[in-house]
Design a binder for this molecule. Structure first.
Ligand code: SF4
Ligand code: SF4
Length: 166
């Protein structure tokens, strides 16, 4: 015997089918909305194409990277080797090694910074009375050898004086 769909059920089935087609199409448009928006306004795209954009990429202003000691055009830094930053560091990441200059005055010998131990908290920078150190925004910090994570941040004063006398 041939099966027949009651007329009432056929109408229900058709309307349910059309409703599903419509909601499916609507959700597809909703899903494409952001894609279309970014396609039409590429400047608003937040996602960065890293590392292709390495030359132009800058970390945001509040990013905390490793400690650095700025030097002026003569190779001088503002550190007076007081050791306050060394005491302020909770991780023992800094060693301020002093020496004496040619006149016997205590000066900074080596400013040793162990980046692997640094939490980028910035307490050393905040504690420095001479603004001799800063936090950078460097973020590509991977190395193959952990010894490369210990840096001397200053150009030693003795070396500077020797260069000046050359
Ligand atoms: S940023 Fe913090 S953890 Fe790193 S060297 Fe400075 S005080 Fe120490
Ligand atoms: S960086 Fe600043 S706080 Fe640290 S030893 Fe030098 S002058 Fe002192």
């Amino acid at each position: 015997m041939k099966a027949t769909i009651p007329k009432e059920n056929l109408l229900d089935y058709s309307s349910r089918y059309l409703r599903k087609v419509f909601t499916g199409f609507y959700s597809l448009i909703q899903g494409m909305e952001i894609t279309i928006k970014y396609f039409l306004n590429p400047k608003t795209v937040i996602t960065q194409q890293y590392p292709e954009n390495r030359d132009t990429l800058e970390m945001f202003e509040r990013f905390r990277g490793p400690v650095s000691m700025p030097h002026d055009e003569k190779g001088q830094n503002a550190c007076v080797a007081c050791g306050i930053c060394e005491k302020a560091c909770p991780n023992g990441s800094i060693s301020v090694l002093t020496t004496k200059d040619l006149s016997g005055r205590k000066v900074l010998g080596k400013y040793v910074y162990r980046m692997a131990q640094c939490a980028f908290c910035g307490l050393c920078v905040e504690s420095c009375p001479f603004d001799a150190i800063v936090l950078t925004r460097d973020f590509e910090l991977s190395v193959y050898n952990r010894n490369e994570l210990t840096w001397v941040l200053n150009t030693p004063q003795i070396e500077q004086e020797e260069n000046a006398n050359d």
